[in-house]
Design a protein around this ligand. Structure first.
Ligand SMILES: OCN(O)CCCc1ccccc1
Ligand code: NI
Length: 187
């Protein structure tokens, strides 16, 4: 089971590498890794398990954060409506790729954090508002989906990890809360 001890922190060079694509058909160990990454996210969002295992809550995780430089990410985004148990996006993505994106940009109103960054880094992380991505799932099945709002932001944060990019690389150093005209601020 993955715990915080398995997550490497900023300063580890793996976080600045461009990760390798995985080959199809997926190796058993790559499928098992994906399942463990998703399990970690679910545990991190379960109050009892998170406390018991000392987990920071996470909605996404990328293999390089486990010191595995492969293009594998997991996302588990709960529904913003607490009445709805079904997550809005819960999957493992192999070789995720942004095929196209909106001109419009967006950012989270509260900024971003990262399980590999043990400090607050205030500021707007401006990203594409909408993206169309392709990826393979754990069964090796190809997908092409469009994402917007919070899900789009999370997946871009994770794909950044596959390219050695950290969220604070996007923050305007001079004025972290500078916002160009028309950028959508997601609450
Ligand atoms: O890479 C995963 N991670 O460090 C956990 C936090 C994920 C995340 C947090 C804020 C906005 C987008 C994504
Ligand atoms: Ni991160």
């Amino acid at each position: 089971m993955i715990t915080m001890d398995n997550i490497i922190r900023e300063g580890n060079p793996t976080l600045r590498e461009v990760a390798e694509e995985v080959c199809l058909p997926l190796k058993e160990e790559e499928i098992v890794l994906g399942k463990k990454m998703l399990e970690f996210l679910k545990n991190s969002q379960d109050p009892e398990k998170a406390e018991e295992l000392h987990l920071r809550g996470g909605v996404g995780l990328a293999a390089p954060q486990l010191d595995i430089s492969k293009r594998i990410i997991a996302v588990h985004v709960p529904n913003s409506d607490p009445e709805i148990a079904e997550p809005t996006l819960s999957t493992v993505m192999y070789n995720p790729k942004i095929l196209s994106h909106s001109i419009q940009e967006a950012c989270l109103g509260e900024g971003e954090g990262c399980l590999s960054v043990d400090r607050e880094v205030p500021g707007y992380v401006v990203r594409h508002a909408k993206i169309t991505i392709s990826y393979y799932d754990m069964d090796g099945k190809p997908h092409k989906i469009r994402l917007k709002n919070y899900e789009s932001i999370v997946v871009q944060h994770e794909i950044d990890h596959l390219n050695g990019v950290m969220f604070y690389d996007h923050i305007n150093e001079k004025n972290p809360f500078a916002l160009k005209e028309g950028v959508l601020v997601i609450k």
